[in-house]
Write a protein that binds this ligand. Structure first.
Ligand code: C2E
Ligand code: MG
Ligand code: MG
Ligand code: MG
Length: 280
């Protein structure tokens, strides 16, 4: 049964719901609407080589421009979409738009080495994730190394064995996997050895405390060492200041950088126009 109007939709509210529950209820309904995907927009945040202006990649980050709720961040709807299963169609839309954006950037004066997109481990449980990716690469004629799939350490914990075959198959095809938000979850260094991922993204919380805490700087240094020895490329996330970047340069010259200091996430047109060049 599809409610015909807003008024009817509200009729399903339980009066005991608090404000937050009501909002989530509304968001659930809005995601089921036919025109929902038209309201989604991908934003892109640059990834730079450390200490230089060289743009190497971009991360696609989803936003929802809702007609009455305004701009919604992924934190406000992605977990709801996972709960309801809507993530299936959203995720597919995101990955297709990500491939299109890679080409758009190439054709509009900001060619990238790679573009990355976020995947929740629960999305891997739906049919044909591997085929979806391989089909997209073929459809848009991308080199598999142009695509990076980010997955958070936390969502991997219970799912590592289960999706091992997906990780391996896509990796063999040349797609790279990145561990996102590394270091804040139930981090186990053993994952690094077992996972055969290619990129490790150090969580922003380490970067934030790095300038003031010698322990954090020490930890980052060792994470970078271990990662490099295991063949990972490292990305430092959430760099907001020049001081943080300089500290990172002391730790290692070979990491990639992402954060507001280099650029905020932007729609693809603005990404091309406003891309800041940052020198160390
Ligand atoms: P993430 O993948 O770790 O993305 C980085 C988040 O940190 C982004 O927030 C980004 O805007 C923010 N950020 C980047 N640089 C800085 C900085 O210098 N300072 C601060 N304070 N924040 C910074 P966003 O876009 O709100 O995304 C949050 C999370 O939502 C992402 O974390 C990712 O886990 C999830 N997400 C985003 N897009 C998607 C998607 O397309 N699919 C799925 N499944 N999850 C997504
Ligand atoms: Mg990410
Ligand atoms: Mg991240
Ligand atoms: Mg994060």
């Amino acid at each position: 049964y599809q409610a015909k109007s807003r008024h009817l939709e509200y009729a399903f509210y339980d009066s005991s719901m608090d404000e937050n529950q009501r909002k989530n209820f509304f968001i659930h309904q809005e995601m089921a609407r036919n025109d929902f995907l038209n309201q989604l927009v991908l934003y892109f945040q640059p990834l730079h080589a450390l200490g230089c202006s060289k743009l190497v990649g971009a991360e696609a980050l989803i936003r929802w421009h809702h007609p009455t709720l305004g701009l919604l961040t992924p934190a406000e709807f992605i977990s709801l979409a996972i709960e309801s299963g809507e993530i299936q169609k959203i995720g597919h839309w995101i990955r297709e738009e990500t491939c299109k954006a890679f080409i758009y950037f190439r054709e509009n004066g900001c060619p990238l080495e790679f573009i990355s997109t976020n995947v929740d481990a629960r999305e891997l449980g739906y049919n044909n994730f591997t085929k979806e990716i391989l089909d997209l690469l073929e459809k848009y004629d991308l080199d598999p190394s142009n695509l990076v799939l980010e997955i958070t350490e936390n969502s991997l914990i219970d799912n590592f064995e289960r999706y091992h075959i997906i990780f391996e198959t896509l990796k063999k095809a040349g797609v790279r996997w990145a561990i996102d938000d590394f270091g804040i979850g139930y981090s186990s260094l053993s994952y690094l050895e077992r996972l055969s991922f290619s990129i490790l993204k150090i969580d922003q919380s380490f970067i934030t405390s790095m300038v003031t805490s010698s322990n954090a700087a020490f930890l980052i240094g060792h994470i970078v060492d271990i990662a490099a020895k295991l063949g990972y490329q490292v990305v430092a996330e959430g760099i907001e200041s020049r001081a943080q970047m300089q500290k990172l340069l002391e730790i290692s010259p070979n990491i990639m950088c992402q954060g507001y200091y280099f650029g905020h996430p932007l729609p693809r047109e603005e990404f091309c126009k406003l891309l800041p060049a940052k020198e160390a």
